[in-house]
Design a protein around this ligand. Structure first.
Ligand SMILES: [Zn+2]
Ligand SMILES: [Zn+2]
Length: 368
């Protein structure tokens, strides 16, 4: 299908008299607009991106531009469908040029300019995680240099591009059948002449900056959860990475957590357990009174409905499970000892002690 190729200057939307700087600016704008990363599954945009890249691959190189000005598309193998039969020592047809160029675009993007994600470790109190919170975090990230807009070259420089690599930041050389590339030593891979480097960022295109950010933590977030904030990572001319906030929840002196349920232990005395009592139990919402029935065994678990955490990503609340632990006094007064001995004398161990009863039974079978 022989479709007339669009003029490269038209593709980039510039005059034939445009300077290299103007060409680059026009290309940059269109390349960002049609970049596959910003137009996923958009075939039209991809086609546009290739057209723009092709036009700049030619016009952005002064030697190729001269040839194009003189011979038009014919300078690169006629209709421009691949390299055709040209081959040989010549720099090759358009296919080769474009391939090398796109390769450059993607490699440079991925190696040097790809937006980097950042990680932030956020420690929360048990209550903050349980009930949700809003917190301001501060961190350092690289932002595009405001002086050179990420171009690395000082805006006042007239010919910023490194002559040795023509601004590519790398030079290519033949190695057997393959073309290899290495960082340009004249410009340290920046593509900008050292005298023309941006004075503010020393030619790096970015500067570290302090960033503060409000982060909303939803109620019920768990230890190890990650909240990502889009665009809050490192900035590059091609976009910004994300910030991943890794959440660690500090242990609580009383509460443990299992999903949306809260677990805790409450110590009670032997008389409390035997006679029954009302005991104070701490919950996230404050103290509540819990009725301990007479004859409560150590290890018995009570459920306080709805006293847990909001169910994360769902409706309702979890429960609080209270394990009663009967505590034996470590010291007794003379009077207490007397009373306990008196009590012991009245106690028939086999009755109303379900565990003891079963234990004695088993013991009997063991030695019979
Ligand atoms: Zn700068
Ligand atoms: Zn260079």
């Amino acid at each position: 299908m022989a479709v007339a190729k669009q003029d490269y200057y038209q593709v980039l939307g510039v005059d034939r008299s445009a300077t290299q700087v103007e060409l680059k600016a026009a290309y940059r704008k269109l390349a960002v607009k049609f970049h596959p990363d910003h137009n996923q599954d958009d075939a039209e945009a991809e086609e546009q991106f290739k057209r723009v890249a092709e036009a700049y691959a030619v016009l952005g190189d002064s030697e190729k531009r001269r040839r194009y000005d003189a011979f038009g598309h014919a300078a690169f193998g006629g209709a421009g469908e691949g390299s055709g039969g040209a081959g040989g020592a010549d720099l090759g047809g358009l296919g080769d040029i474009l391939e090398g160029f796109l390769d450059d675009v993607f490699r440079r993007r991925s190696a040097r300019r790809a937006p980097k994600d950042l990680r932030y470790n956020l420690e929360l109190d048990f209550e903050q995680a349980a009930l949700g919170t809003e917190t301001c975090i501060e961190y350092e990230r690289h932002e595009i240099c405001g002086h050179c807009k990420g171009e690395r070259a000082d805006p006042s420089a007239t010919t910023p591009e490194c002559g040795a690599c023509r601004g590519r930041g790398e030079v290519r050389y033949q190695r057997g059948f393959f073309v290899a590339s290495r960082a340009c030593s004249s410009c340290d891979g920046s593509g900008v002449r050292s005298e023309a480097r941006c004075t503010r960022c020393s030619g790096s295109g970015s500067q570290p900056a302090r960033q503060s950010l409000e982060v909303k933590i939803p109620a019920g977030v768990e230890d190890g959860a990650v909240r990502s904030v889009r665009g809050a990572g490192e900035q590059t001319p091609y976009g910004s990475g994300d910030l991943h906030v890794h959440i660690a929840v500090k242990p609580h002196p009383i509460f443990n957590r299992e999903g949306s349920d809260i677990l805790c232990e409450v110590p009670v005395s032997f008389p409390q357990a035997a006679l029954g009592d009302e005991v104070d139990v701490p919950t996230l919402g404050g103290k509540v009174s819990m009725r301990l029935p007479a004859g409560t065994q150590s290890g018995k678990v009570f459920r306080l409905r709805g006293k847990g955490l909001p169910v994360f990503g769902g409706a309702g609340k979890g429960d609080q499970f209270v394990t009663v632990v009967v505590e034996v006094p470590q010291k007794l007064t003379a009077r207490q000892r007397e009373l306990l001995q008196e009590l012991a004398a009245t106690m028939d161990t086999s009755h109303h002690h379900p565990k003891t009863h079963g234990f004695l039974d088993k013991l009997k079978h063991l030695f019979d």
